[in-house]
Structures are given as C-alpha cells and as structure tokens.
Design a protein around this ligand. Structure first.
Ligand code: CIR
Length: 266
C-alpha cells in the first residue's frame, strides 16, 4: 500500500484557542506552529505524497487537524460529524476539497445523531478499528460500518478511556505491528498483532505515522524512536511540540490516502 496524496490545512492564528485537555502545557506559539507545519508538509512530500495545502481558516481554531473531518479509503470518502461542537463547521470546508479526488456519488456524509472524528479511526487493511470516545458515538460507528460494508470493509468498535482519540493511544504501523500506550495492550481486539508499548513519559509518541514504508516519529521521544528503529523501520523525525499543547499529534495534521485512479477528477 502506498499513499499518493495528503491533505493538510495551515494552522490559523486562532490556534491558540484550540480545544485542549492539557491547559497546563500553555498555548501554542503560532509562528513556531506555522514553521513546524511547513516541515511536516515537506516530510510528507519527501515520502512521496502530493500534498494539497489548504489555507488557514480563522473561523475554526482546530481546523489544521484535518484528519478528524473525513475518513478516506481508495474506493470512497466519508465526511464525519465531529463530536466537538466548535469543530462541526470544518466539515463543510472539506467537502469541496474531496470532490477533487472522489466523484460526488462516492462521497458520503454521516447523519445526526452520529458523531465521529477521524482521530478515532484506525485502518488495518480491510478492517477499521473505531474508538468509542467522547467524540465518537456508537451511531457514528454504525453509520460508518454501513457505508463501508459494500466496499468489503468491516468496522470494529473499540471502547477506551484516558486519551482524546483512539489513535492518540494506539496506531498501526503496517506489517502486523502496532504501537500503543500500555492501557491499550490488553484489548482483545488487538490480540493478534505485534505490539510495541511506549513508556508512560513518552506516551505522546504513541501517535506515530506509517507513511510509504517509513515511520514518522515526533521529535523529542528517544525511547520510542529507538523502539521503532529496532522493529526494523526507517524513521523520520517531525517536531509537533506546538500541536501537542492542544492535544494534536502527528496523524491529526493530515488526511493520507490514495483514491482509486478511476475516481480522480479529469
Ligand atoms: C481537538 O481537541 O479537537 C483538537 N484540539 C485536537 C485534535 C486532534 N486530532 C486528532 O488526534 N486526530
């Protein structure tokens, strides 16, 4: 599997008012966040993606976290319904962007009372693990399952606590390998996978990103970096310190996908 495309949105100045469960970390520095974002884009480009960079949207402080507003697979796209009310309007902004990559009839939308954020969605081949979180409800998971079933995907709900999204705590690095916080280790749904567990003091780095054979690791987490290297991956570092302050990890900053070629607009 290779990702040909990525979509990102530049952070806006209102980023400093982004939602956070960790106000003790302070507000992000906007200029620094902007520079880190530019590096993130370059990293994806170096790893082979064509990156669509959307302009900042000052109406939505969290709008750089594009991963949450859509679930993309080769065959179709699903616009989500964020569980955070302040983020609901971000979806409308993403809809026309997806039309550049998918025909309209392959773009689906979740309907009320569903809520679902892409940070809760972990794709493992033809299976999707979806976190049942404060942002994603069972109805959201059910609707996603119904939309994806005709394309041969199964959806498994994963109840969890303690972190914002499923992928804040556990990610799939392809090759049967997961990386996770220790609280996810014993989950029966992950029993069949190889698992690396991040130390508590580096738990932010549980959110690494597999991208075209390499693993992007957040800068500043040496134990996790070593662990991922030891598992045989080539690694690339990316600094996301400003996004961490508002609960954002590496994965939330992009939508990574390869639309089926027949989907591509002329
Ligand atoms: C939020 O609370 O919605 C944002 N401040 C952070 C979103 C992070 N998204 C993600 O992990 N996929």
């Amino acid at each position: 599997m290779m990702f040909q495309q990525a979509i990102v949105r530049k952070p806006c100045k209102a980023l400093i008012n982004g939602l956070t469960d960790h106000p003790e970390l302070g507000a992000p520095d906007y200029e620094k966040a902007l520079a880190q974002h530019a590096e993130y884009v370059k990293t994806l480009e170096r790893l082979g993606a064509k990156v669509t960079v959307l302009e900042a949207d000052e109406n939505y402080p969290d709008s750089c976290f594009v991963e949450d507003v859509a679930v993309l697979c080769p065959e179709c796209a699903v616009l989500t319904r964020p569980g955070a009310p302040s983020r609901a309007g971000e979806v409308e902004q993403m809809a026309p962007v997806l039309e550049q990559f998918y025909p309209k009839e392959k773009i689906f939308s979740l309907q009320p009372p569903a809520t679902l954020e892409g940070g809760d969605v972990m794709k493992v081949g033809k299976q999707f693990f979806v976190g049942l979180s404060h942002r994603t409800n069972q109805e959201g998971i059910n609707q996603l399952a119904q939309i994806l079933a005709p394309y041969g995907y199964t959806v498994t709900a994963v109840p969890f606590e303690g972190v914002l999204h499923l992928k804040t705590g556990a990610v799939y690095l392809e090759n049967g390998q997961m990386l996770m916080k220790n609280t996810f280790f014993d989950m029966p749904c992950f029993a069949e996978y190889k698992k690396m567990v991040v130390p508590d003091q580096e738990d932010y780095a549980a959110n690494c990103v597999w991208f075209n054979g390499k693993v992007i690791v957040p800068a500043g987490y040496p134990t996790v970096l070593e662990m991922v290297k030891k598992a045989g991956y080539e690694t690339v570092l990316c600094d996301t310190s400003e996004y961490k302050k508002i609960d954002g990890g590496l994965s939330c900053l992009s939508l990574r996908f390869s639309p089926q070629t027949e989907n591509l607009a002329e």
